[in-house]
Design a binder for this molecule. Structure first.
Ligand code: GDP
Ligand code: MG
Length: 442
């Protein structure tokens, strides 16, 4: 997601970090690099200029906090100003509520409705979805198929031509049964009068608690125009930006929407039901700058894992045995796609081979059998497992020696990754230490 912007921001920051003196020329150069990066992500020129001004002024006028060098001081300002550019995120409550989805056709409403259903379901809420799209052929089937996959009920009637009738009949029924109700609506290619009228009517009848607008990131800075027009019609109180994975203009869409005062609530970054993230400017920017997002990871972990299951802090500290690894793999498996989790970790640019992500439940079962034929000291310290032990373990588990080697290799990669997260020291500056120093929020 936003790979180009991320890469050029990281480059700009790295360049500054490599400078021997941080003077006006160095700040100017940094600001020019940032401008180039933001403009090519389609961020509005006016916003880019404001940000540039703010960075220059603060970098030269403000005294660095005690104990912070000039370099870290400037980076901290860059971080804060980029976070500021992303605006204040919209509020998401975890309780009973009705959410009305709005947006043009093809923006990703139906997909996002299902993703949201999954999000609230993960939070332990009972979720029901209503299909009020009577325009697009197959709209009900599309939503129903997505909902079936996550066992969320979907109300609708493909034969009913009137969206209002569907909502009038479905909503009272679902309100008795479910805590969170999400209403998916139709969208045409442009903002037609009829479409606006219908959504106004559905909004009035449903007394929805939230009216969320779905916007395609590929719109770039034009996203603000759409946000404004929907806001005028029904009062949008949250924006979801979709398809952040497929465009270089995502930065433009994000900053443009942020400027309209409609807070961004979520971003969508893929076609599967799990590809939805709460929008948090600080985590988002630190990830773009390559600082990783431990906060998002820990939140996710807390959601999926009960306390006795695994100590996330221990995992992040990197002290772990084979036994821990197995327990943690089980836990991580529960958290969602491993690759997504790993992308939130500050691995300091370390490459992780793709097969590491491929921990299927079959593989987990095989690992378990292999581990069962290991001795206690071997489980505590896999470092002692040499070639003869590998053969013994393989025989005991009815597995091939390669399988045992694979498990150990896997363990070592994980261990290295965890060490990478902990350490990251040794370089010219240490992003994580820096993050700690100035706190994640302003
Ligand atoms: P609607 O007309 O607003 O209901 O839009 P749909 O939900 O039917 O989505 C239109 C297309 O966009 C579908 O092919 C989706 O799979 C795709 N889509 C939706 N959200 C995302 C996203 O975050 N990333 C990507 N890559 N595709 C998405
Ligand atoms: Mg749809």
């Amino acid at each position: 997601m936003l790979d180009n912007l991320g890469a050029s921001l990281k480059d700009a920051v790295k360049k500054l970090a490599g400078k021997t003196v941080i003077d006006r020329a160095a700040v100017d150069e940094l600001v020019r690099d940032l401008q180039r990066a933001l403009l090519s992500a389609d961020v509005n020129v006016k916003l880019v200029m404001q940000l540039s001004q703010a960075i220059k002024q603060r970098a030269l006028d403000e005294e660095p906090p005690k104990g912070m060098g000039a370099r870290e001081h400037v980076l901290r300002i860059v971080y804060q100003e980029l976070v500021h550019l992303m605006g204040t995120p919209g509020a998401v409550t975890l309780g009973p509520q009705t959410i009305l989805m709005a947006g043009l056709q093809g923006s990703g409403k139906t997909t996002t409705t299902a993703k949201l259903a999954r999000f609230f379901q993960r939070k332990g809420l009972r979720v029901g979805v209503i299909c009020a799209d009577t325009f697009r052929p197959g709209a009900y089937d599309q939503l129903k198929t997505l909902c079936d996959r996550i066992s969320v009920p979907c109300y609708g009637d493909p034969k009913e031509p009137d969206a209002l009738t569907i909502v009038r009949e479905g909503l009272p029924r679902y309100r008795k049964l479910y805590e969170v109700i999400i209403i998916d609506t139709q969208g045409r290619h442009a903002l037609e009068e009829h479409l606006i009228e219908e959504i106004i009517n559905i909004n009035e009848m449903s007394h929805a608690d939230h009216r969320w607008l779905v916007i395609d990131a590929a719109l770039g800075q034009q996203a603000s125009e759409q946000a404004r027009r929907f806001h005028e019609a029904i009062g949008i109180d949250g924006v979801l930006i979709t398809k952040m994975d497929g465009t270089a203009k995502g930065g433009g869409a994000l900053s443009a929407v942020a400027e309209t005062q409609s807070g961004i609530v979520f971003i969508g970054s893929g076609e599967t039901i799990e590809d939805l993230e709460r929008f948090e400017p600080d985590g988002f920017i630190s990830r773009l700058l390559g600082m990783g997002d431990l906060k998002a990871l820990v939140e996710r972990a807390e959601e999926a894992i009960s306390v006795e299951d695994v100590d996330v802090n221990a995992m992040l500290k990197g002290k772990f045995t084979l036994r821990d690894m197995y327990k943690q793999l089980e836990a991580v498996n529960k958290m969602g796609p491993l690759k997504q989790i790993m992308s939130m970790l500050p691995l300091g640019g370390m490459e992780i081979p793709d097969d590491v992500y491929d921990v299927t439940s079959t593989k987990m079962a095989r690992y378990k059998v292999i581990m069962d034929s290991m001795t206690s000291p071997e489980l505590d310290d896999p470092g002692i497992i040499g070639s003869s032990r590998i053969h013994r373990i393989a025989r005991g588990a009815g597995a091939a020696p390669e399988d045992v080697r694979e498990l150990i290799k896997y363990y070592k990669t994980m261990q290295r990754a965890l060490k990478g997260m902990r350490g990251m020291g040794g370089g010219k500056f240490n992003m994580q230490r820096m993050m700690k120093k100035f706190g994640r929020t302003q």
